[in-house]
Design a protein around this ligand. Structure first.
Ligand code: C2E
Ligand code: CA
Ligand code: CA
Ligand code: CA
Length: 275
């Protein structure tokens, strides 16, 4: 049994080594992804629950590797964070999203994900201001999505950054609410404009009555704090009906539209004067 145990360990070690090498290779290739124009953005609609009217879109980054094909963000974003590439990628995403949104036929809002390192970077507020000026996107159309996890590295710094971003006129949404290091005090201590309930709760609403209780509690919190609530990951009519009945204002999910090229949803002007 001892020998077998050692063999298993060696096999495990080899598999780990392989995984490490694969991450290293991906990291190396990711360094060139921007220059090689392998990154792009897709957009997922955010809609009112009662009328299904689209009020904005969340920008989601995609990496199409020349040989591997599409690499999901759940794989390459953590690698980018680990190896210090997220600042560069995050800046590209923000600039591209603002540039593209400035050309939409309708002045809908665009939501952009901000990672921990970006929020804590001393240049982030300045970069955001410059991007808004350069692209001509009105700050009121930009919403930055920030997870609670991103606040805890240095809450004091995070608060300063969020206040400065609010002064620019952009809105701040708390992303993935209810997962990770959730704390109700975060809603009071930081200047959020919106709560996004994580999709995992919505998925369980008709399976597990405790999930429904949690969603109702978050909606109650939102109403009490006068913060609009958006439900993520809405996939079925039943889920949307539940959210409507519970006065959740907005929803996002496959039922209302998958992340796709913006042209699937909107006409885009070809005016390039903003560049
Ligand atoms: P997220 O910010 O929570 O984004 C929502 C994710 O849920 C997206 O996955 C979206 O495609 C997926 N989704 C939307 N509707 C549904 C649904 O009805 N059902 C299910 N099962 N899933 C749905 P995606 O695009 O693979 O992105 C995964 C995560 O990667 C994002 O989670 C976000 O944390 C990160 N990410 C994506 N783009 C960026 C980016 O530009 N910057 C940063 N920092 N992170 C990003
Ligand atoms: Ca998000
Ligand atoms: Ca989310
Ligand atoms: Ca998420």
């Amino acid at each position: 049994a001892k020998a077998e145990g050692r063999g298993t360990y060696r096999f495990f070690e080899a598999a780990m080594g392989e995984q490490m090498r694969d991450r290293r290779r991906l990291e190396h290739e990711l360094r060139f992804a921007i220059a090689k124009q392998e990154l792009s953005l897709v957009y997922q609609p955010q809609a009112r629950t009662n009328s299904r009217e689209i009020v904005g879109f969340e920008a989601l980054v995609r990496w199409h590797h020349e040989e591997r094909g599409p690499v999901p963000p759940s794989v390459f974003i953590p690698i980018a964070e680990e190896y210090g590439l997220i600042l560069q990628i995050g800046e590209w995403v923000l600039r591209q999203a603002c540039k593209e949104a400035a050309r939409w036929e309708r002045p809908l809002s665009v939501a952009v994900n901000v990672s921990t390192a970006q929020l804590h970077s001393p240049n982030f507020v300045r970069i955001t201001r410059e991007i808004l000026m350069q692209t001509g996107l009105p700050p009121s159309r930009l919403e930055l999505e920030i997870t609670e996890t991103a606040l805890i590295r240095d809450p004091g710094r995070a608060l300063i950054a969020l206040r400065q971003l609010k002064e620019l006129g952009v809105r701040i949404a708390m992303d993935d609410f209810g997962t990770g290091y959730s704390s109700l005090t975060n809603l009071l201590a930081f200047p959020f404009d919106k709560i996004k309930i994580d999709g995992s709760f919505i998925k369980s609403v008709h399976v597990n009555r405790h999930a429904a209780t949690i969603v109702r509690a978050v909606l109650g919190l939102g109403h009490g704090l006068e913060l609009p609530v958006l439900a993520e990951g809405v996939e079925t009519e039943e889920e949307l009906a539940f959210l409507c009945a519970e006065s959740c204002q907005e929803a996002q999910g496959y039922l209302l539209g998958k992340p796709q090229a913006i042209e699937k949803y909107l006409h885009v002007t070809t005016d390039r004067s903003a560049e």
